[in-house]
Write a protein that binds this ligand. Structure first.
Ligand code: GLN
Length: 249
C-alpha cells in the first residue's frame, strides 16, 4: 500500500536531523511491503485534506519559525481538516509549538499558531537541554517508554484536560514543571523530542505508520514485528543517559 506523507517546510524546519524520522518511516514501511510517498508542502503550497495519510512538521529555531508562521496560519484549515478526517500527524519542537495556538518567541514577538493542539508556548530566559525519558500510554493499559533529546526555550502549557504524549520520567518536557511532555489529539502527536525521535523508538514509529494506514483502512493494522535489536540498544543508551542526568529538572 502507498502511504502518502505531507512533509511541511522541510526547507525551513529540519533541525537536529528531523529528516531521519522520515527515513525511518520509509524503511519500516518498505520492510512491510508498503511504499512511503513523501511530498513536500512548503511556502504557498496548500494542504489538501484527504491527500495525505500522515503530516510531518520538524523543528526549527525562532528565526525559521517566524519565516513560516504566517504561511502555516494560511494552511490552518487544511491541516485541521486533514486530521479531523483521520490523517496522522507528527510535529517536533518548533513545529509542535506552531501547531498550538501561539508561540511568543525569545524577543517577545507573538507568532500565530494553528490551534490544532490545545496549548500555548512562551519562550523563557533559559534553554531546556538534554536527554529525556517519557512513559506513554497511547493505548489503555499499554505503557511504553520514549527516549529522545530536547533543546528548547519555549515553555508549553497544555489547556486543562488536554492529553499529553507522556509523563516525564527524566528531563524537562513541556515546561520543566508540569511533569508532562508533548500533546496528543487522536492520531496527531506533538513533542519536543528529537535526536531524531523515531530511530531510537521503533514502537512509536510503528504506531505512527499504523495510524497513517488507518487513514486508508479505517482501523490501524497489526504490523509484522521486525527484529529491532539495534534500535532497542539505541533506545536503552538514550534512556540511560536521560536517567543519569539526575531525574526530572
Ligand atoms: N525556537 C523554539 C525554542 O527554542 C524551538 C527550538 C527547536 O525547534 N529546537 O523553544
Amino acid at each position: 500500500m502507498k502511504i502518502v506523507v505531507g512533509h511541511l517546510y522541510p526547507d525551513y524546519l529540519n533541525i537536529y536531523a528531523d529528516r531521519g524520522n522520515i527515513a525511518v518511516l520509509a524503511r519500516r514501511a518498505a520492510w512491510r511491503g508498503h511504499e512511503l510517498d513523501v511530498r513536500t508542502v512548503s511556502v504557498a503550497e496548500p494542504v489538501r485534506p484527504g491527500e495525505y495519510d500522515l503530516l510531518y512538521v520538524g523543528g526549527g529555531q525562532d528565526r525559521e519559525q517566524a519565516l513560516v508562521a504566517e504561511d502555516l496560519a494560511a494552511k490552518a484549515e487544511g491541516v485541521r481538516a486533514a486530521v479531523a478526517a483521520g490523517a496522522a500527524l507528527l510535529a517536533v519542537c518548533g513545529g509542535y509549538q506552531l501547531l498550538g495556538r501561539s508561540y511568543r518567541d525569545f524577543h517577545g514577538v507573538d507568532l500565530p499558531g494553528i490551534g490544532l493542539f490545545p496549548l500555548e508556548t512562551v519562550a523563557g530566559e533559559t534553554r531546556m537541554i538534554g536527554d529525556v525519558l517519557l512513559e506513554c500510554e497511547l493505548e489503555p493499559g499499554v505503557r511504553r517508554t520514549l527516549a529522545g533529546f530536547e533543546n528548547h526555550a519555549g515553555r508549553t502549557r497544555l489547556d486543562p484536560g488536554a492529553e499529553p504524549l507522556g509523563r516525564v520520567v527524566a528531563g524537562f518536557g513541556n515546561d520543566g514543571e508540569s511533569g508532562w511532555e508533548g500533546c496528543r489529539v487522536g492520531r496527531a502527536v506533538g513533542t519536543y523530542l528529537h535526536g531524531p525521535l523515531l530511530p531510537r523508538n521503533p514502537w512509536f514509529a510503528d504506531w505512527l505508520l499504523a495510524q497513517a494506514l488507518a487513514h486508508r483502512l479505517g482501523e490501524p493494522p497489526e504490523l509484522t514485528p521486525l527484529g529491532d535489536d539495534l534500535e532497542q540498544q539505541a533506545h536503552e543508551v538514550s534512556a540511560r543517559r536521560a536517567q543519569t542526568r539526575g531525574g526530572r529538572r
